[in-house]
Design a protein around this ligand. Sequence first.
Ligand SMILES: NC(=O)C1=CN([C@@H]2O[C@H](COP(=O)(O)OP(=O)(O)OC[C@H]3O[C@@H](n4cnc5c(N)ncnc54)[C@H](O)[C@@H]3O)[C@@H](O)[C@H]2O)C=CC1
Ligand SMILES: O=C(O)[C@@H]1CCC=N1
Length: 279
Amino acid sequence: MRHSERYCFIGAGSMAEAIISGMIANGRTEPAMIDVVIRSDRERLLYLQDQYHIHCPESQEDAIHKAGTVILAVKPKDLLEALQQWGRFIHPHQRVVSVIAGISTSFIEQHLTAGVTVIRTMPNTSSLIGRSATALCGGLHAEKEDLQATQEDFNAIGSTVLVDEKDMDTVTGLSGSGPAYIYYLVEALEQAGVNEGLSRSVARQLTLQTLLGAAHMLLETGKDPTELRQRVTSPGGTTMVGIETLSNHHFQDALMSAVHFARKRSEELGSAFSPSATK
Ligand SMILES: NC(=O)C1=CN([C@@H]2O[C@H](COP(=O)(O)OP(=O)(O)OC[C@H]3O[C@@H](n4cnc5c(N)ncnc54)[C@H](O)[C@@H]3O)[C@@H](O)[C@H]2O)C=CC1
Ligand SMILES: O=C(O)[C@@H]1CCC=N1
């Protein structure tokens, strides 16, 4: 039985902020129900308290102990230290939700009191505005109700999908890193418009609305992207030339390689933290 609906974030960087902001804005929880545990960066804590009016705990240990859900949001390289520092305050009635790339549920379980529920998630930074695409899976002790509760938390900041843990590295390379690929694409399209003589503001407006319109077309019509692309592409017209040029530059191969190597990097990040590593 959980004793609290409180949330405590271990790590207060961009991902923690994106989730905190999204959960408050979407009414999933109240600022007073959120604590943040820091390593040493007091300014960061003060910023989050000022910006989101989150709770100001008397002691960090207490904040962890009182939470129903503890969210691990440190970088992979800092996880072991964080578990050694804070893990002893986590008890078996709590739900531990990791957003950390590459790290398995079994590694985290191994460094906590036996029986603690661990859920591994991969959200993205669009959580900040309630538009994350989050995949999640449960560890050894995760019950259906734990997965449901975590899905509800993350549904408040976007959409969620349950996956097998073996797919989490792929998810990380696709939708965890994905916003960066899209921003990279936007940078290029906007610059292309400028190179061809448009002002930056006109180029940005046209690029963004094109992106938004295409995303909505996909979501609202439910049609296949290939069919929608073909509809834009008039025989002998401009799009045909544009797509041929992208194809000549192996555009789709480049994206597939990006996801492939990002997945491999996620695996590498995790391999230093296999369940048998250091306890
Ligand atoms: N940034 C992104 O787009 C996404 C990041 N992630 C994952 O989220 C995690 C955090 O990433 P970011 O927020 O981008 O990193 P970040 O570097 O912005 O934040 C990490 C925070 O953890 C704190 N920290 C480190 N050791 C600590 C300790 N022992 N106790 C308390 N706090 C400690 C740091 O001071 C820092 O504030 C990473 O594991 C990453 O893989 C997941 C999805 C997307
Ligand atoms: O770049 C990273 O490692 C993190 C994980 C997914 C997005 N950002």
